[in-house]
Write a protein that binds this ligand. Structure first.
Ligand SMILES: [Zn+2]
Ligand SMILES: [Zn+2]
Length: 339
């Protein structure tokens, strides 16, 4: 099956309605995003890492003959990161920098646009390490380690991003975010948006919320996305397919309805939280089962806890003749080539 067949044209260009009873504002959010990009270029201020940030924003406005798709691993740690609070490294070698892991998140850059997946409690640190300029954010599910960074957005949008932002999440996740951060939102905003009010009603930039559902393909700033359901213990999470790349954090098994989304994978970022089997996350033996079933070309492991030492885990898969399965590490860049 070709990757493109997984998407249902022409639904890409129709962002789903806002979850909180306002219209989609489809044309509005596209215009706002473009306008915001221009403003971001003009208004960028010098900071410790601003030269990197500025060059990325400027290059994003420069047409290039051939576009590349690149994945940056912003974080590949489990719920509590590595080291744990209090400096506990568990079985991880503290002298190996690949063992220092922030909470799970990736940045996907395609055709000069970018999508960040999940915004956990290390968003502040991750955006200080890597010049992250997301056009959109997709949230896989409402667990704390995937949404806590939303609390950073009032400052980040006002002083760094300097433009509106699109966020995509399913209905359950949106409801949970709204309960967690009621002080960040108010409902009487303009059609198509709900405004973050971190600095009061003078706030200039808005979040446009887009409700998504498993198996309903959509397009976010030119990036074609197919979310699909994953079994995550007592709850579901969304896996994400973009071309022949798949991101699967927080998953134990895949429902049969999702199997077609896992065919012909080039690069798969897959949950491998613990050594021992659990109800809600992956482990090495479970990873092997998934890999044997779906036969991806290469796999990078994510959501790894403090017992998953980088070198030990890498050797475990090598010893079993799976050299194309590697632990990820924070800052890892994966070039998916031209598309
Ligand atoms: Zn998680
Ligand atoms: Zn989770």
């Amino acid at each position: 099956m070709k990757t493109q067949n997984l998407f249902i044209e022409p639904s890409f260009c129709e962002p789903t309605n806002n979850a909180w009873n306002v219209s989609s504002g489809a044309e509005n959010w596209v215009d706002q995003a473009q306008l915001g990009t221009d403003l971001a270029v003009k208004q960028w201020q010098l900071t410790a890492f601003s030269s990197q940030l500025r060059s990325r924003v400027q290059s994003s406005n420069t047409p290039r003959a051939k576009q590349l798709t690149k994945i940056t691993m912003l974080g590949c740690g489990a719920t509590y990161g590595v080291p744990l609070a209090g400096g506990v490294w568990g079985l991880c070698d503290p002298t190996d920098p690949k063992n220092e892991r922030t909470r799970p998140s990736v940045l996907i850059e395609h055709n000069d646009r970018s999508l960040m997946i999940d915004i956990g409690p290390d968003f502040r640190l991750q955006t200080s390490r890597v010049p992250v300029i997301p056009d959109s954010i997709l949230i896989t599910h409402g667990h704390w380690d995937h949404i806590a960074g939303i609390g950073e957005l009032p400052y980040y949008m006002e002083e760094v991003l300097k433009r509106d932002l699109n966020i995509y999440a399913d209905e359950n996740c949106m409801a949970l975010i709204r309960r967690m951060f009621p002080y960040l939102f108010f409902d009487k905003e303009t059609v198509g948006s709900t405004c973050i009010t971190g600095f009061g009603e003078s706030k200039r930039y808005r979040i446009f919320w887009h409700r998504i559902s498993a198996y309903e393909a959509f397009e976010a700033n030119g990036i074609k996305i197919l979310p699909f359901a994953q079994n995550h213990g007592g709850s579901d999470s969304l896996g994400v397919r973009i071309f022949d790349f798949v991101y699967s954090p927080d998953v134990k098994t895949f429902p049969e309805q999702s199997w077609h989304c896992l065919e012909d994978i080039d690069t798969w970022i897959l949950d491998c939280d613990y050594w021992e089997p659990s109800e809600s996350h992956g482990d090495p033996e479970t990873v092997l089962k998934h890999v044997d079933q779906f036969k991806p070309k290469r796999v990078f492991l994510t959501h790894m806890d403090e017992k998953m030492d980088y070198s030990v885990l890498k050797a475990w898969f090598m010893d079993r003749r799976y050299p194309h399965i590697l632990p990820a590490h924070d800052g890892l860049e994966i070039d998916l080539g031209s598309s």
